[in-house]
Ligand binder design. Sequence first.
Ligand SMILES: *[C@@H]1O[C@H](CO)[C@@H](O)[C@H](O)[C@H]1NC(C)=O
Ligand SMILES: *[C@@H]1O[C@H](CO)[C@@H](O)[C@H](O)[C@H]1NC(C)=O
Length: 332
Amino acid sequence: MNKMCDLQIKKLWIIFMLLGTLQRTQAAWLRCYKDSLTEYMVTPLEYPLPIAHSSCLDRSQPTVIYTFGYQGKVAGPATTAVLTAYIAKRKRNVILLDWEEEAKSGLLGLQLGYATSAAPNAKKIGYALGRALHTLSGAGVDLNTIHLMGHSLGAHVMGYAGRWLRERGKIVSRITGLDPARALFEGTFGFFKQLDRTCALFVDIIHTDAGNYGTSKSTGTVDIWPNYYGPKSQQPGCPRKPQETFSRADLCDHDRSWQYFIEAMLSGTNISAVYADNYRDWMHDYSRSNITIYMGDLINTRARGNFFCSTNAQPPFGKGSEGLKPDYVIIS
Ligand SMILES: *[C@@H]1O[C@H](CO)[C@@H](O)[C@H](O)[C@H]1NC(C)=O
Ligand SMILES: *[C@@H]1O[C@H](CO)[C@@H](O)[C@H](O)[C@H]1NC(C)=O
């Protein structure tokens, strides 16, 4: 009986994998990974139920659903690193929201492609993920076990998913925003709603390129500000700006968000941060507050407010308790 069932599931996997390759032009997909980056099942985002009914989703484990940002790729560096880390960590289900087609810049170029296509698509795909999670919850998947995570524009995709659910009386347990995208989400042209603390029971945001590619306001339950010493701060080890737009060097600070998070998540305790009202207080007297948290999955979900830390310029980034101290101080 079990063998038959396994065979059926294998067949299903193959069908869904085929679907996945045939319909590359269509919308978005959920990819549920099993043990490695090359073993996964794919379902269209609009039809998530096969995941609930497959052996890919172990209901006794929590589930992390990750997505990338503008121009992100399934095989891109952020996606590969985050998925590899979570698969290695085990004890949880790992799902990728693949919206590669919808996250492209298209023919209009970087700026227009973002404004006319990728940003509105982020909202559309976010709502679709909300609906998918609603469906999965109807099939018995506990939303309390769901952790959404997104980098850059992907953080807002997750925000929209959480908001969609919230408006229908449901809520996911956690959303992690890895340097949520700033363009069109903040300031005079902030047409879109950004990820905020109402989108999940607990929202942690890691700001590594604030005011540039990343948002500059505290909108999470917890906002973590590594190496933040005021506007135009740069991450240690990253090249001075300006750099060619969207080059790896240009994105260095923005990408530190997922690099820090992965190290924190894998090690458990490598990166801790200390509470302060704002960066000036932190720089002035970092030891004023004794409230510290770990970045990553050991984060204290009862924590609230802004947390600061310093890091090394290269891996391992974590400095242990030294990281609670700023690299620059205000002397008054
Ligand atoms: C955590 O920090 C230690 C000490 O610096 C380092 O050896 C280790 O590789 C780090 N862990 C990760 C996952 O980077
Ligand atoms: C921090 O800890 C010290 C010693 O444990 C204590 O005296 C002090 O009141 C604490 N400060 C805060 C802000 O909790």
